[in-house]
Design a protein around this ligand. Structure first.
Ligand SMILES: [Fe+2]
Length: 313
């Protein structure tokens, strides 16, 4: 069976592409494509785009793109899902199969998108910890301004068909469980974190996470900054620009990322993150109670509106 190897992009719908672009530039992305009906934004990495906004009246999350390593993997997944493989008509090209997960979220399985020359950025800062102090004779002088988002890390999808969605991503797309959260009874799972099943190869702790929820939506999408200082500099930049801060800065428990959550102008929750855990298929899945203050190991108090998700479809 084919398997997905990473997340390519997230796809939203919004009524004003210029307004979305202005926010995303402050967030640390740059434009790589624009048509009359869609905006494509890239990070500093080689991916052609990692954030898509389609023009449409109602702001909402539309879906995500997941990458496969080969055309054969794409054909296998498409055949199992009973959908066809097609040439992508979007900037960056490549081939894709468009699936719907059990919560009716659009899931593009993509291969062979054109890559871009990476955007030059400074080297990640070397931190002098108390033991090794590896930086000798070099000064820390990062420059103020927006974060430099390198790539996408994950998307968290909310929806009512939690168990069916969980088996869709595992059985059809080859993903594996990293951690679960339960409410009340330990067998009553409400969140599952999934990594790409790459055998011994390490990958992000979660590329997709699923949340049990009455409505189907993208809870949030997450983007990796250059390093921790880059995330903090981006925080100051977004704050000065008057954007809506949601929650952070803190460190997650599940995935360990240092995180900072913002709302785009249309209410979507977007996350800057860095220093996340890397796992492989030897990882033993964890289980924790939602009661146990499980979202962060340190952070300011969680915002009252953190749980609000924008409507999907
Ligand atoms: Fe996240």
């Amino acid at each position: 069976m084919g398997r997905v190897t990473g997340i390519a992009y997230v796809r939203y719908q919004a009524p004003d592409l210029d307004r979305m672009e202005r926010f995303l530039i402050d967030f640390g992305l740059s434009r790589s494509g624009r048509t009359s009906s869609a905006l494509y934004m890239r990070g500093t990495g080689a991916d052609h785009h990692i954030h898509i906004t389609e023009l449409g009246d109602e702001p909402r999350g539309l879906g995500l793109g997941l990458r496969v390593e080969s055309r054969e993997d794409l054909e296998e997944i498409a055949a199992a899902a009973k959908v066809r493989v097609e040439e992508s008509s979007e900037p960056g090209g490549g081939v894709r199969a468009i699936l719907r997960d059990p919560n009716d979220m659009r899931v593009d399985i993509v291969h062979g998108q054109r890559t871009l020359e990476p955007v030059p950025v400074r080297a990640p800062l070397v931190i002098n910890d108390s033991v090794t102090a590896p930086r000798r004779g070099e000064l820390q002088r990062p420059v103020r301004g927006p974060s430099h988002v390198a790539r996408m890390e994950h998307a968290v999808l909310a929806g009512p068909n939690f168990e069916a969605a969980s088996s869709f991503y595992q059985n059809l797309l080859g993903m594996k469980v990293s951690d679960r959260i339960y409410a009340g009874d330990p067998s009553s799972h409400i969140v599952v974190f999934l990594h790409c099943g790459l055998g011994r190869v390490h990958t992000d702790h979660h590329t997709v996470a699923l949340m049990k929820s009455p409505t189907s939506a993208i809870d949030h999408s997450a983007f990796v900054t250059l390093d921790w200082d880059d995330l903090m500099l981006g925080h100051e930049h977004l704050e000065r620009a008057g954007h809506h801060h949601e929650w952070g800065v803190g460190r997650h428990i599940m995935g360990s990322e240092i995180f900072d959550y913002w709302r785009d102008p249309f209410g979507n929750k977007v996350e800057h993150c860095v220093d996340g855990d890397m796992v492989n298929d030897d990882h033993v899945p964890g289980l924790a109670s939602i009661e146990d203050d499980i979202l962060s190991i340190w952070s300011p108090p969680i915002s009252k509106t953190f749980g609000e998700i924008t409507k999907c479809r």
